[in-house]
Ligand binder design. Structure first.
Ligand code: GDP
Ligand code: MG
Length: 360
């Protein structure tokens, strides 16, 4: 939509030019000529008003694209050890090392590898979060760690996780957990997974399987290596310069600091002080904190951050876009709110209910 004129937008939206001009007037935008290119914010707003869906695509053309760390999510059946594994991995993280084990909870953490590479873990385990994010089009996760307890084997939510990952086209690395237990039978788990259609590496496929114990903290370094290898095969890259495209991973209200959002930048650089629209909320980024809680000026791709300065509480999976001014931010946020409300009412009248799986 960048640089689109009102004529082109009208064509795309199947609306008449006067209708779009009226919308522009309503939002206080002066367009001298219908041949003038619209800013992307205005184009999105107008498109939204006439009910067409827009997804911002920042072109990478001409921009420098550099390798970026992988973003990893943990999934699996209840009680198979997702939380324990994340806790164990967190203890190997940069934050744990820098802060001497006292980590501030951010909803994400970074594990630094001896090679200098790093892996970003989202520590909201669970299928609900993953589905909610996917439903909003937030392709935040690059790799899913599928946790399967070695004593319990493949269970319903294991299969559910596999189908989520497959639907999202996200590769899986299997962590067979609880291998310290006497009843552990990793070979049985592998056969079960294979019979469910997972093409395991040791059977000639490309899904890596690592045996771990979250409690005894064994196999964690091997799991991290496997994830790094998977990431290398994926050749993950992102544009570093230019406006950030980011997603909310988690949000909470802090009594003193107001709405706080943990976010991951997917492309570009997010800079403190910028005006943003986050889902249907808006604000000006007053502070950016890194995983150790240190104030930082900017955030680059795959870097988990906490941002402060939003007017309202966004939702997991909301996109973060940078706009030129406070006015634009407020305007876009209002437009999106109206659109969401319209969609919600439509859904209710269609008798559809929001189906979200229970979170764990
Ligand atoms: P989640 O529901 O998948 O998040 O599972 P939890 O991390 O809460 O773990 C469920 C239970 O399994 C807890 O009692 C854990 O202590 C236990 N558990 C998790 N990982 C291991 C492990 O590697 N070995 C053993 N023996 N127990 C584990
Ligand atoms: Mg848990």
């Amino acid at each position: 939509f960048e640089g689109m004129t009102i004529i082109e937008l009208a064509k795309r939206a199947g609306e008449s030019i006067p209708v779009l001009q009226e919308i522009l007037v309503n939002v206080g935008e002066k367009v001298e000529s219908e041949f003038d290119p619209l800013s992307i914010d205005i184009a999105e707003l107008v498109a939204m008003e006439v009910g067409i869906n827009v997804r911002r695509l920042h072109s990478n053309e001409g921009a420098e694209v550099l390798p970026r760390p992988a973003v990893v999510t943990v999934m699996g059946h209840v009680d198979h050890g997702k939380t324990s594994l994340l806790d164990a991995l967190r203890q190997t993280s940069v934050a744990a090392k820098e802060a001497g084990g006292i980590t501030q909870h951010l909803g994400a953490f970074i594990v630094g590898m001896p090679s200098g590479a790093s892996i970003t873990f989202l520590d909201t385990p669970g299928h609900a979060a993953f589905s909610a994010m996917r439903a909003r089009g937030a392709a935040v996760t690059d790799i899913v760690v599928l946790v399967v307890a070695a004593d319990d084997g493949v269970m319903p939510q294991t299969l559910e996780a596999v189908s989520h990952a497959k639907a999202a086209n996200v590769p899986i690395v299997v962590a067979v957990n609880k291998c310290d237990k006497p009843a552990a039978d990793p070979e049985r788990v592998k056969l079960q997974l294979a019979s469910e259609g997972l093409l395991l590496e040791e059977m000639g496929g490309d899904v890596q399987v690592v045996e771990v114990s979250a409690v005894k903290k064994t196999g964690l370094d091997i799991l991290e290596e496997a994830l790094l290898l998977q990431a290398e095969m994926m050749d993950l890259k992102a544009r570093i310069d230019g406006p950030a495209q980011a997603y909310v991973v988690e949000a909470r209200l802090d009594r003193g600091r107001g709405p706080l959002a943990t976010a991951i930048v997917k492309a570009g650089t997010l800079v403190c002080g910028q005006h943003v629209v986050v889902g249907s909320e808006w604000g000006r980024i007053r502070a950016v904190r890194d995983v150790v809680g240190k104030l930082t000026e900017k955030a680059t791709p795959a870097m988990p951050i906490e941002i402060e300065g939003l007017k309202g509480l966004p939702m997991a999976g909301d996109d973060i876009i940078v706009v030129d001014s406070e006015e634009r931010a407020r305007m876009l946020s209002e437009g999106r709110k109206k659109k969401f409300e319209k969609n919600r009412l439509r859904k209710i009248s269609e008798g559809a209910t929001d189906s979200l799986e229970p979170s764990d």
